[in-house]
Design a protein around this ligand. Sequence first.
Ligand code: FES
Length: 113
Amino acid sequence: MTNAALIHLDRIPDGGFADAAADLHGDMEPLVLYRDGNDVRAWVNVCPHAGRQLNWAPGEFLKSKDGMLVCAAHGASFELQSGECVAGPCRGESLRSVEVEVRDGAVWVRTAG
Ligand code: FES
């Protein structure tokens, strides 16, 4: 597994999103990153509804007024702690979370073991 930073923290707006890609178990997977101050959460950018990416344009994601990540394809709304779909066509399912950490001003995949 390569050990490269996904993105500089500065490139993610606070309270907003960015995309990235990471080698997870030998496969390059698209990621959606969400920044909350100095904390970043990440999920694989594949909607559990129909397998589409959640963004509407490269690196552009929708956030609802009540602070949910909204899939641009059919409007599933995901809560930003757990990545669980709380409204829309895949309610009760979840995005696949990816463990990341912020280090040296950048975001890194936390490597297991
Ligand atoms: S693919 Fe995301 S809501 Fe349908």
